[in-house]
Design a protein around this ligand. Structure first.
Ligand code: URA
Length: 235
């Protein structure tokens, strides 16, 4: 592909800005300053913008710390979408969330353009754990532990929920670990036992913990190893 397109696909620069960067001598191909935007490069070429090596990926895998007020769907009439928090070069890839969070939920969202990868994370058959930190309105009762381990009926759903682990930390805080992701599942599970979730945060998906240095609204790309570890982990 053309060098200016390669840069546009892998950085926040537009094609026009990529051409300017090439003209200004900021782009290197295999150790030599690139002179023209239309030279052809492939993924085996080593392309650098200033000191930064640019990797052309087949797929993108991104971890985001979602703030309240953003939706995980690709379009919404009322709220901004999580992809608006990402740079332009991944926005045009039209990433989707591997397991959505509600508009008022915070925490880990994994975004990708690799449908098989997201399916492996979200499919209940794959048994990948999703870990939630829950704050409730009323005291959390010990009896919920067994109820959630057995499975509960959620209003109109025909099947009981899969066994879930509840760890109670104090009167109104607990960790809930699920292996499925039904609509509003955590909130509905607490409703089924007569309580109400007032704050919800996802801290982990499979073996991947929300990185401590990611502030709300921040993201980072996963390495290929991190992406494949998530799929191959048994959690
Ligand atoms: N369960 C919910 O109720 N909401 C979320 O955002 C995620 C899981």
């Amino acid at each position: 592909m053309r060098l200016d397109k390669f840069i546009g696909d892998t950085t926040e620069l537009s094609r026009t800005d990529a051409k300017k960067a090439i003209k200004n001598g900021r782009v290197w191909v295999n150790g030599t300053t690139a002179k023209k935007p239309d030279i052809k490069v492939t993924e085996v070429d080593k392309v650098k913008l200033d000191e930064r090596e640019l990797i052309h990926r087949k797929h993108y895998y991104i971890a985001l710390n979602k703030p309240v007020g953003y939706v995980c769907s690709t379009r919404d009439p009322d709220y901004p979408t999580v992809s608006e928090l990402l740079p332009a070069y991944v926005q045009h890839r039209e990433l989707h969330a591997a397991g959505r969070l509600d508009v008022d939920t915070t925490g880990l969202v994994l975004l990708t353009d690799d449908g098989k990868w997201s399916h492996d994370i979200t499919s209940p058959r794959k048994q990948k754990e999703k870990v939630y930190q829950v704050t409730t309105e009323s005291p959390i009762e010990e009896s919920y532990v067994q109820a959630f381990a057995n499975g509960v009926y959620l209003d109109n759903d025909e099947k009981v929920t899969l066994p879930a682990k509840l760890e109670i930390h104090n009167e109104t805080h607990a960790t809930l670990i699920l292996t499925e992701g039904r609509y509003h599942q955590v909130k509905r599970m607490f409703e089924s036992v007569g309580n109400k979730v007032i704050a919800l945060h996802r801290s982990k998906i499979a073996c991947f913990k929300l990185p401590g240095d990611l502030e709300l609204g921040e993201y980072r790309e996963l390495s290929d190893k991190e992406a494949s570890d998530i799929i191959s982990s048994t959690l």
